[in-house]
Design a binder for this molecule. Structure first.
Ligand code: NAD
Length: 264
């Protein structure tokens, strides 16, 4: 299927590895020019080279990078100094650390809200009106299955992302919807990335079980009996950015191997 987005421009945040990288690679495979962002230049360059070397990427799809902390004002300014008009924006930053809420103070909460709620809102604010003026726009926020089914040790994530989810539910149904702009959240369950390894390691320390036992036990709770891959995640993201997905708006799209037990 041709997604009809060849030649468009995408900003993909948190894209040196993991789910953000999967999204950037999948969009580049659809012929989208991608600007990828992460803090560390070296890892970002390696990611850009990997996307460029991908035999499935049409050569017309260019790859650009900005090494920046997307959660800071300066970081976002550096990105927009490079390019302002994006047709697609994938918001993403590292998730907050796992832990016990008793150990978190105000500064921990502000950091989580800044990274996982206010940063996506700032990126949406900076890009959607120009998208609407051009009649096409796709915002994909990488959030978490924890928005639908909160996980006790991920309290910072549960809280901050719920705020973003409420905001998106409203703004996606504003007049932007009639101007060709869709805003959706993509909710990962357990995907095999460095972030998941960190969460597993936190659970291992808390429970006293070794990490292999924790990973095995987690896989057994998933009907698919495995973790997802960044490539699978990226393909869903690319579909949500497609012309064909123009009528999908304001949704929380769960990709979790069937782990969420509800009918809806
Ligand atoms: P990851 O740690 O593998 O990759 C995160 C990427 O974001 C890296 O490229 C990193 O350099 C970049 N990044 C982190 N902070 C940044 C910042 N401030 N500015 C710019 N770039 C930054 O993580 P992942 O597994 O790909 O997860 C992506 C998001 O999805 C996270 O918010 C995570 O909490 C969430 N999530 C992941 C899973 C999972 O199973 N992997 C499950 C639920 C939610």
């Amino acid at each position: 299927m041709d997604f009809g987005i060849g030649g468009k421009w995408a900003l993909v945040c948190g894209a040196s590895k993991g789910l953000g990288f999967g999204c950037a690679q999948a969009l580049a495979r659809e012929g989208v020019n991608v600007l990828i962002v992460a803090r560390g230049l070296e890892a970002l360059q390696a990611a850009a080279e990997k996307i460029e070397a991908d035999p499935l990427r049409p050569s017309a799809a260019s790859v650009h990078l900005v090494a920046a902390d997307i959660t800071s004002v300066e970081g976002r300014e550096a990105v927009f100094a490079k390019r302002r008009d994006f047709d697609i924006v994938v918001t993403n930053a590292g998730g907050p650390p796992p832990g016990d809420f008793r150990d978190w103070d105000r500064a921990d909460w502000i950091k989580a809200v800044d990274a996982n709620m206010l940063t996506p809102i700032e990126l949406i604010r900076a890009t959607v009106d120009a998208m609407a003026a051009r009649g096409y726009g796709r915002i994909i926020n990488i959030t978490s299955s924890a928005v639908k089914a909160p996980i006790d040790i991920l309290g910072l994530s549960n809280g901050a992302r719920s705020g973003l989810t409420g905001f998106v539910a409203g703004v996606s149904r504003s007049k932007l919807a009639a101007q060709g702009v869709t805003i959706n959240n993509l909710l990962p369950g357990a995907f095999d990335t460095d972030r998941l390894k960190a969460v597993m390691s936190g659970a291992s320390k808390k429970s006293g079980l070794n990490i292999e036992a924790v990973i095995d036990a987690r896989k057994k709770t998933i009907p698919a009996q495995r973790f997802g891959t960044a490539e699978e995640f990226g393909a869903i993201c690319a579909f949500l950015c497609s012309q064909q997905a123009g009528y999908v708006n304001g949704q929380n799209v769960l990709a979790d191997g069937g782990a969420y037990p509800g009918a809806f």
